[in-house]
Design a protein around this ligand. Structure first.
Ligand code: DGY
Length: 348
């Protein structure tokens, strides 16, 4: 589908995007916008090369596409100078290869923070209180009356949340969990999160002034300490060599027998086969996963684990965030191609 036929710069958008502002923005920046109508998730580089064609100034692409040297040099050959990833995550983008091809790269930070953290909270609550299992039980017509032992789960109040990676999303999740459930925070991050620590200090003082137990926030030196201490451990780090398979047999083995592991970051941060084995061997252990090691596939056995809550990479899927991501991704391109003063427009 082509918008603004006569635009002076050709921009390819590999998937339809929500909202309208992103398109208005690119149109105002004098871009001819071509939106691919490809029905499936595009995984083939050849399909993307066809979309780029022989002349293309910029591409707005998806995290399911492998943006490495092959695609960046195809874009450079077509005269392109910019690529914008419709995601905050960068693990599908080889920034070095982009630099070599003189292509600038953008992403969509900021607008996903609260939405993603909220989904991580939803997974935590669903896992703790066995919401999905109980829902399936109801739908299967198995409910025969109230019982003291029916779907007994875990209370989070006053317990400890472990955070791996206290960046924007990790800190927002920590705040929501602590404030919602008066939980202590133990976190690992190479950099201290001043924002989180100050917030927790203030919240702790408020609780104290009300005669309640003040919450604590502790930054620890190793990830092991987080896995050992957490009643819940939530992964919020980027995927790289250091974090790949971080939650493996060894680390899972250090966790409390009835702990909850949450991953709404990137699938390969957990070792999925080890996780399935751990879930099977420890029925009181639970997990909430938004992401999988080999998306869109799940490792064998995961779907049979009633103690796992599993959703299809929807952490950023609120209407506000998804259209905000589109606007930001388009702004990255408009700003680069036309020096377009995107944030000065009163109608933005
Ligand atoms: C991202 O942006 O990296 C999310 O995984 C998808 O919204």
């Amino acid at each position: 589908e082509v918008h603004n036929e006569g635009g002076s710069k050709r921009v390819v958008v590999t998937k339809e995007l929500p909202g309208e502002r992103w398109l208005k923005l690119l149109t105002q920046a004098d871009c001819r916008v071509e939106v691919s109508k490809h029905p499936e998730v595009i995984t083939s580089k050849d399909t993307i090369k066809k979309l780029i064609g022989s002349q293309c100034d910029g591409v707005l692409g998806q995290l399911t596409e492998d943006w490495g040297s092959e695609l960046f040099s195809a874009l450079q050959k077509a005269g392109g100078s910019t690529y914008s990833n419709y995601a905050v995550g960068f693990n599908n983008v080889d920034v070095g290869a982009a630099t070599e091809s003189k292509v600038s790269v953008g992403n969509t930070p900021g607008v996903l923070t609260e939405t993603t953290a909220e989904l991580a909270v939803a997974l935590t609550m669903a896992a703790a209180r066995r919401v999905v299992e109980a829902d399936s039980f109801m739908r299967a017509g198995k409910y025969e009356g109230w019982l003291p032992t029916l779907f007994v789960g875990a209370l989070l109040q006053n317990k400890t949340v472990g955070i791996i990676g206290a960046g924007r999303i990790g800190a927002a999740y920590a705040r929501m969990m602590s404030e919602g459930h008066k939980m202590d925070i133990v976190y690992y991050d190479p950099y201290p999160s001043k924002k989180l620590e100050e917030y927790m200090k203030g919240y702790g003082e408020l609780l104290k002034s009300q005669g309640e137990r003040p919450v604590t926030c502790t930054r620890v030196e190793t990830m092991e300490e987080v896995f050992k201490a957490g009643d819940v451990v939530s992964l919020h780090c980027a995927l790289d060599e250091k974090t790949k398979h971080l939650a493996d047999k060894k680390m899972l083995g250090m966790m409390k027998e009835d702990a909850i592991l949450i991953n709404a970051a990137r699938g390969p941060i957990h070792h999925e086969e080890d996780l399935v084995a751990h879930l099977k061997a420890n029925p009181n252990f639970r997990c909430g996963l938004d992401v999988f090691e080999d998306e869109p596939h799940m490792k064998p056995g995961l779907a049979d684990c009633a103690n796992a809550v599993i959703v299809p990479h929807i952490a950023s899927a609120s209407q506000w965030t998804r259209s905000g991501m589109a606007t930001l991704a388009a702004a990255n391109i408009a700003g680069r191609l036309q020096d377009f003063p995107v944030w000065d427009k009163p109608d933005m």
